[in-house]
Ligand binder design. Structure first.
Ligand code: C5P
Length: 298
């Protein structure tokens, strides 16, 4: 159990995610899209530091100046917990960013989930998992996933989360094309024939539950083709990634970050080094289990 003492402070790690599949089933009456996605935490992570302040005070600092301010999901996460419980405990939260912004890797959403989990424990609020998931969904569609982490089936607009068994660990090479893709714009660009029936996600879920070989050949992201059309830099990066030796390249979320999975570190490192020496923004990460993602207090 965390103890947030007047003189004490602690760190948490907020892991990024990739979408192993992303089926978009259709557009909902509320303007959001109905999704079916298997999401997976990976070892690229932001770091948060928590420190007690006198009651009523909230301070937030991020090392990326553009992300400072009360609009940040970290600040809003702390306020959401206060509004839900009446808790007046003061806190200072420092955020060290490592996960790129607007990358399709859920960085801001993961930071928010980290705040909900850490302060619920540190402030002794005792909110139930269901209540925390409600608060998470109120902060953003990807935040509920990060309350579970690991390998998780995500449905609805993102608020329905079902934990799956951890995948066998694999190496993940991530490449961020140098273009910003806005999530609303990526969803708006979809046409009805981009919608998928959820079968790819259902097949992957069945295979993960069965514990056998995973159908990694058939992963799909319904947003990918349209994003590649609208942003040629993404299509070009996908081709470069393939030329560097990755046989299957996928986009995460609404992009633009692309990823490839490897069971061999030698192979992953070769692709990573090729892309790095070509001047690409690239990371060599690995999958992160649920226990590791949720035990994120350092
Ligand atoms: O929930 P969040 O604010 O993160 O979503 C950002 C935007 O992404 C939404 O305003 C919407 O345009 C799009 N979105 C969507 N369907 C989802 C999730 C997000 O259309 N399931």
């Amino acid at each position: 159990m965390l103890a947030l003492r007047a003189d004490g402070w602690f760190f948490t790690r907020a892991y990024a995610k990739i979408n192993l599949t992303l089926d978009v089933l259709g557009r909902r009456a509320d303007g959001y899209h109905a999704l079916a996605s298997v999401m997976q935490t990976v070892s690229l992570a932001d770091t948060l530091a928590f420190q007690a302040l006198p009651d009523g005070q909230t301070e937030f600092f991020c090392d990326v100046p553009a992300l400072n301010g009360t609009e940040n999901l970290v600040y809003r996460g702390a306020q959401a917990l206060r509004a839900a419980t009446g808790c007046q405990r003061g806190v200072r939260i420092d955020l060290r960013k490592q996960t790129p912004m607007q990358g399709g890797l859920g960085g801001g959403s993961s930071d928010a989930a980290s705040v909900l989990l850490a302060l619920n424990a540190a402030w002794g609020l005792g909110l139930s998992q269901d209540r925390l998931l409600e608060l998470a969904a109120g902060l953003g569609s990807d935040v509920p996933f990060f309350m579970l982490g690991g390998t998780t089936l995500v449905e609805g607009r993102g608020e329905r989360v079902t934990p799956l068994p951890d995948l066998p660990g694999v190496w993940v090479v991530l490449l961020k094309p140098s273009v910003a893709v806005s999530t609303p714009a990526a969803f708006r660009a979809l046409r009805p024939d981009d919608y998928t029936d959820g079968q790819v996600t259902a097949r992957l879920v069945d295979a993960i539950r069965a514990g056998g070989a995973l159908p990694l050949d058939g992963l799909v992201n319904a947003l990918e083709e349209r994003v590649c059309q609208v942003y040629p830099a993404v299509a070009e990066s996908r081709a470069t990634f393939a030329q560097a030796g990755a046989s299957r390249v996928h986009m995460s979320g609404s992009g633009p970050t692309l990823f490839a999975l490897f069971s061999s570190l030698a192979e992953a490192a070769r692709v990573y080094r090729t892309l790095l020496s070509a001047g690409r923004q690239v990371w060599l990460a690995r999958t992160v289990t649920r226990a590791e993602a949720l035990g994120g207090v350092l």
